[in-house]
Design a protein around this ligand. Sequence first.
Ligand code: PLP
Length: 378
Amino acid sequence: MNLFDVYPLFDITPVKAKDVFVYDEKGKEYLDLYGGHAVISIGHTHPVYVNNIKEQLSKLGFYSNALQNPLQKDLAEQLTKFSDCKDYQLFLCNSGAEANENALKLASFHTEKKKVIAFHNSFHGRTSAAVAVTDNAKIIAPINAQQEVEIVGLGDLNAVENALQKGNVCAVIVEIIQGVGGLNESTQEFYQGLEVLCTKYHAVFIVDEVQSGFGRTGDFFAFQKYNIRPDIISMAKGMGNGFPIGGILISSKIKASYGLLGTTFGGNHLACMASLSVLEVLEKGNVLEHVKEVSAYFIEQSKAIQQIKKSKGRGLLLGLEFDFPIQKLRENLIVNQHIFTGNSKNPNLLRILPPLTIQKKHIDHFFEALKTELNKFT
Ligand SMILES: Cc1ncc(COP(=O)(O)O)c(C=O)c1O
């Protein structure tokens, strides 16, 4: 049987990884500045993470959400501490798309309305409502296109208010820093304005932190910079350091009832243990401070390279913008320099999404390699 061929693959087979390095079957070492698409937070195969998951697996890997699972409560408690999201409730699922799907569904239940406002260049996942609020017509199948969605410009509060005035809007969903869209970020005025407008028009304010959450920007959540309180926050990726887990934090003004949301695998014992281990390492290793420090170093080093027109993003959710398409450069970095980086909807943007444990020496190594490859272009 063949695999369903939906991914253009690089010809590399990783079999092992440690911290910021990935190794192929021949033992070749790759510096991972992609983090499996912003997934690896505390570094590959971190010993705390590996040991905790092994130990949990030897006791209980899974049981249904019909019984008590104290690990879910531990995770909720730890998340309150990290995010300062007091008075929120936690619902756990398995991926980023599923987190947004549940967020949108909940918004619709809560308001009894059905239209959603989203933004140009947004990416929220590939399931039904999540893909409908994603600004990419190519990945929206006719069955998804039945959702009522209005896409407006990021930063355009007038457009948001015009759309809200038309009525029947259950939610506004936004990434504070757009990941796949190319690291665009608007202003404090805009994000605070969204909160005010959502309250005024009784729409649920959803912030998608699937890519930006769990310390990637140097804050636990990217929205914390703007002094706002979203009604729902969705998360996944770095939450499990590679173990599939997602979730939503839900404001206490949205009331739960039996049957409203549900999942078989979401919040299982192994997934909770993976995420608790991530939080343990983030705390003990003072990782958020480290992210701010290495991010500043990265941005400083980038200024010395004249071909870089602009650096974008925050923390270790970064992008380097060139005035030419980076596809070939990215390929050359992998093939010649053994360095993984990311791309985005912006063809000129090379994305940098490393494990949060990356050190300055790795950054130095990257810039040396980048210079070598750029010199071949000119
Ligand atoms: C901001 C954002 N939301 C949602 C998703 C979808 O997450 P998943 O691939 O886990 O379904 C992604 C994935 O890249 C993302 O970047």
